[in-house]
Design a protein around this ligand. Structure first.
Ligand SMILES: [Fe+2]
Length: 413
């Protein structure tokens, strides 16, 4: 492939600046520009306007850091990158691809087709294939003035797809962290465009920023998982303390997720439901053995002690930012649809949807398990009959209906 066929190329170093140095660098540029801007405005209004636009551009990039870092390190962050990339470069389409190092494929995780639209059904691309594949493999920028005259395009299904919608020029930049390719950000333009060195620099700086944010997000995820696994161990230890609840958490999680998938919950909601189901009884760590393990019927005082566990559980999770959405589900998993549950006596749709799902899954497992104070367990059919009987009073009627259908189909227990 000739240099001409690939269009303009610019090498990008592998070393990424650290966040502080990078922000310092940008800040320095902004100060310099502001000074020049003042001078230029006095002498030449055209240059002044150009500098003014450039200054805006840099300030835009400078402000991105806080937005990216505060975004959820998944879909929200990726969508934000595509949106900012498109407006930053004044392009028609911006696509963010991330590299799966195991399959060596680039997956599109976000794209912005127009101000408010995204492309759907986009293809993945192998490392080394097409324009993005080359950019990722060789860690260098590729800029294409005219897609019709570029040989790489025939291996790039996405480019062929958007070519039909009038795209002519492409600028693709690798996202690299410490020599490792994380992905590619590409901007596509309908107007034929020789991307200037300044434009290339702006997108490259943006890519450095994305690399840092992706690393930071991965780091947070690791920390979250470490915390979560510690708490999971605590929950399992709880089950060991109370042999009657052995396997309870695992089964409740399965039942709740089956309902969640059937109801078509969003991936983020499914995650919240999973964590809430795994953590729902974590508050029982604070319940003394003589109450939790009592083989006889509980007194009203003892019952009120047990009933503290959703609040205790929420208190344990509350300081953890990444459990922000999980905490209310844990707090409300013993509310009843008719408002007669605890701890807050919420009713109907005041109770978070995920807590209503969890309540159904939790009750089914409790009814079909042996409990020290009861001495017997219900058969699945008897437990489902109870759920049907209490639909609309204890349980959300729609969730109860779905639960019964799913439990029968999957032959729970
Ligand atoms: Fe509970």
């Amino acid at each position: 492939m000739t240099q001409r066929a690939l269009g303009q190329r610019t090498s990008v170093g592998n070393d990424q600046p650290d966040l502080l140095a990078y922000n310092k660098f940008l800040n320095g540029l902004i100060v310099q520009l502001e000074n020049k801007l003042q001078e230029a405005l006095k002498t030449n209004s055209r240059i002044g306007e150009e500098l003014f636009a450039k200054n805006k551009e840099l300030q835009h990039i400078f402000s991105i850091n806080s937005k990216l870092v505060s975004a959820t390190p998944t879909g929200d962050m990726y969508a934000l990158v595509a949106r900012i990339g498109r407006s930053l470069m004044d392009g028609d389409v911006c696509v963010l691809r991330l590299l799966d190092h195991e399959t060596r494929a680039l997956h599109i995780v976000a794209n912005r087709y127009s101000k408010d639209n995204v492309l759907k059904d986009f293809p993945t691309i192998k490392l080394g294939d097409g324009i993005s594949g080359k950019v990722a493999q060789e860690k260098r920028v590729i800029s294409v003035y005219d897609v019709d005259k570029n040989g790489l395009v025939k291996h790039d299904a996405l480019v062929r797809l958007i070519r039909k919608r009038g795209v002519r020029s492409i600028l693709a930049v690798p996202i690299v962290f410490r020599g490792k390719t994380l992905g590619v950000i590409s901007v596509y333009s309908r107007t034929p465009c020789h991307f200037s060195p300044d434009k290339v620099k702006v997108l490259s700086v943006f890519a450095s920023h994305i690399a840092l944010s992706l690393q930071e997000a991965a780091h947070y995820r690791e920390i979250h998982m470490t915390y979560f696994n510690t708490m999971r161990t605590l929950v399992l230890a709880l089950e060991t303390r109370d042999p009657y609840t052995h396997g309870h958490t695992e089964r409740v999680t399965k039942y709740a997720l089956d309902v969640g998938y059937t109801l078509g919950l969003e991936p983020d909601e499914v995650d919240t439901l999973r964590y809430a189901a795994e953590m729902h009884d974590i508050g029982k760590v604070s319940i003394p053995d003589f109450v939790l393990l009592k083989p006889d019927k509980l007194t009203s005082v003892e019952r009120s002690i047990i009933q503290l566990h959703p609040v205790k559980g929420a208190q344990i999770l509350a300081p953890l930012e990444f459990m922000r959405t999980v905490t209310p589900i844990v707090r409300h998993h013993h509310e009843r649809f008719d408002g007669k549950g605890y701890p807050d006596g919420l009713e109907g749709e005041q109770i978070p949807l995920l807590a209503r799902i969890l309540a159904c899954a939790d009750s089914f497992d409790a009814m079909t398990s042996e409990r020290p104070y009861r001495g017997y367990k219900l058969t699945p059919e008897q437990a489902l009959a109870e759920i049907k009987k209490h639909a609309g009073t204890q349980f959300d009627p729609e969730i109860a209906r779905q639960f019964i259908k799913i439990a029968k189909a999957y032959r729970y227990r």
